[in-house]
Design a protein around this ligand. Structure first.
Ligand SMILES: [Zn+2]
Length: 326
């Protein structure tokens, strides 16, 4: 293992976060910049380079103090080439070359993977994953993403789509997904999915429920409102949460049946509902898992929050070191 420091970069559509970490995973410094997506996102990479160079200069840290820079990016990432394509929320329409450009400017080795995989690596290393070699991560935000670490390796598949847990079919012929397919988990367990389910169930719901009144009044609701109402005992909100938990529990049970990880870690904004959600998902998970998986695979809530991105990105540097030393 290296004794040099690591730089982790979490590139998002609105902010880019940076961290300097020890090889043991302790975040020593952190800072962030706004992500400037104007002019086809052409400023993004130059701004990242400027920010790293400015920071290293300010703290008098030469490039050779660092084992590498790791970055998590939206879009499709070609690991070997170090390129990104199809990152539409960054306004990157063609292929972008972060590895080539950042290595040339900083003289520090650069590693990249997609943001969900990177968050999975972060939770596995310093979060709820206890650094176990078998951890699956699912993130429930505006969409549903995921990452799989199996036998100590991040899985990518032939075209980088391993771990796309958001597109597991949980309801054949169900809600239409942005991917073009129907019935994807993302349409039922993301923040927008929760609201979609709430609207549909409210239409058919005949009883008294605050959630129904709010929807009938045309009020804007969010998944957070649905979960808070359910916690207060609102009968419709409870039905919605039960439905979300069924779909999520079913999908995670099948992930468990296939991979038998030590932990399936649940993160992202929707997971802020905490144990209230976890207990309900757990019941559906147990009902649909193979006995040996039920006894050995645990569901857990993520613990790193926003920091998973920079921590996981930094860990890409170590993963590469481990592989080249084999
Ligand atoms: Zn889909």
């Amino acid at each position: 293992m290296t004794d040099k420091k690591l730089i982790g970069v979490d590139l998002g559509g609105t902010t880019t976060k940076f961290g300097i970490l020890t090889p043991q995973g302790e975040v020593q410094q952190r800072w962030s910049i706004e992500t400037d997506i104007l002019e086809d996102g052409s400023h993004i990479i130059p701004n990242i380079i400027d920010s790293i160079q400015h920071h290293l200069k300010l703290y008098d840290m030469p490039a050779d103090q660092f084992a590498g820079i790791g970055m998590g990016s939206p879009g499709s990432v070609d690991l070997a080439a170090g390129t990104v394509s199809g990152a539409f929320n960054l306004n990157w329409e063609g292929t972008v070359y972060p590895k080539r450009d950042i290595e040339a400017a900083t003289n520090i080795p650069f590693y990249i993977d997609n943001d969900a995989n990177v968050a999975a690596m972060g939770e596995r290393w310093q979060g709820a994953g206890d650094n176990d070699p078998n951890v699956t991560f699912v993130t429930l935000g505006t969409g549903v993403g995921g990452g799989i670490i199996a036998d100590g390796r991040l899985l990518h598949g032939v075209a980088g789509s391993a771990g796309e847990l958001g597109h597991i079919t949980v309801q054949p012929g169900g809600y239409l997904c942005t991917c073009g397919k129907r019935g994807c988990l993302e349409q039922y367990a993301s923040a927008t999915g929760v609201v979609h389910i709430a609207r549909d169930m409210a239409e058919e719901y005949a009883g008294d429920a605050k959630l129904k009144f709010m929807l009938d009044d045309g009020e804007d609701i969010t998944s957070k409102i649905v979960f808070n109402l359910a916690k207060e005992g609102d009968p419709l909100a409870l039905k919605v949460v039960d439905k979300v938990s069924f779909y999520l529990g079913l999908a995670l049970a099948n992930v468990g049946n296939m991979l038998n990880p030590k932990y399936i870690v649940i993160g992202g904004g929707v997971s802020a509902a905490g144990d209230f959600l976890l207990e309900r998902v757990q019941r559906n998970f147990e009902e649909n898992t193979f006995p040996n998986v039920r006894q050995t695979t645990s569901l857990r809530l993520a613990t790193l929050g926003n920091e998973a991105g920079i921590v996981g990105a930094a860990s890409l540097v170590l993963a590469d070191h481990a592989q080249t030393e084999e």
